[in-house]
Design a protein around this ligand. Structure first.
Ligand SMILES: NC(=O)c1ccc[n+]([C@@H]2O[C@H](COP(=O)([O-])OP(=O)(O)OC[C@H]3O[C@@H](n4cnc5c(N)ncnc54)[C@H](OP(=O)(O)O)[C@@H]3O)[C@@H](O)[C@H]2O)c1
Length: 229
């Protein structure tokens, strides 16, 4: 049975490597992207590797866009077994310097969008008796090391949502978060030490964990870490 994974922000950075990794593992990958035209390199790479990928237009900061995307999945008869909430944005100002719109946007994209997707998709996972949800968080979501602006509080909220939903969902649906480290992407910048491939490894591993695997935990480099480390 071929499982299907939805990866948000799959057109570049860590998300593209997660998408390639899951396709390489034999899953059909639905690449969640804002602009389908931006994902051609991903489609070419997955196809060249013999993998299977399709595109889903979605802006995770827009509840209507999420609802429309879920409607298209349902209309196509596409059941999502694996959800990787990877899409994210970073703001660098002090929290008190940010206006409401910026704060709300960051929390929408980084935390509430993932929650909305989980709410839309976890019911089907539960019914089918299989689900894997991976929330791409950050070391900057730790209360001991909160990141800048609204980013840190949005990732702390994503961590809290991860714990909460792991408690609400059946054991057959695993919900975990991962901290990719400091990664050489558009967000991480050119000085970051880790490659997107290195960062994607833990997300792919969590997306494929067995029925006896963990839920409600935070991982870095395939190792469980404290939420407040
Ligand atoms: N890089 C790091 O050092 C680092 C460290 C810790 C955590 N992370 C986390 O890792 C994840 C991926 O980061 P990255 O480094 O790969 O960042 P990136 O290279 O900047 O890529 C961000 C991805 O998110 C997508 N995205 C942004 N806003 C979106 C929206 N509203 N709807 C749908 N997609 C949206 C982008 O799509 P567009 O091309 O359309 O903009 C892009 O595909 C993020 O959640 C980030 O917070 C990264």
């Amino acid at each position: 049975m071929v499982r299907t994974a939805l990866v948000t922000g799959a057109n570049r950075g860590i998300g593209a490597e997660v998408a390639k990794g899951l396709a390489h593992a034999g899953l059909h990958v639905v690449a969640g992207v804002r602009d389908p035209g931006s994902a051609q390199a991903l489609v070419d790479a997955v196809s060249a590797d013999g993998g299977s990928v399709s595109m889903l237009q979605i802006d995770v900061g827009d509840p209507q866009s999420i609802a429309d995307a879920v409607t298209r999945l349902d209309a196509d008869g596409t059941a999502i077994d694996v959800l990787v909430n990877n899409a994210g944005i970073l703001d660098n100002d002090d929290l008190l310097a940010l206006d409401d719109a910026t704060i709300v946007r960051t929390i929408d994209v980084n935390a509430l969008g993932p929650l909305r997707l989980m709410r839309a998709l976890a019911g089907g996972m539960s019914q089918r008796g299989y689900g894997r949800i991976v929330n791409v968080s950050s070391g900057w979501g730790s209360l001991a090391d909160l990141g800048p602006g609204a980013y840190g509080i949005s990732k702390a909220l994503l961590n809290a949502i991860t714990v909460k939903l792991a408690g609400e969902l059946p054991a057959s649906v695993k919900v975990n978060a991962m901290d990719p480290g400091w990664v050489h992407t558009d967000m991480g910048g050119p000085d970051a030490p880790d490659t997107p491939q290195q960062a994607a490894d833990t997300a792919v591993w969590l997306a494929l964990i067995g029925d006896d695997g963990p839920t409600g935990q935070l991982f870095h480099d395939r190792t469980a870490v404290d939420w407040n480390a």
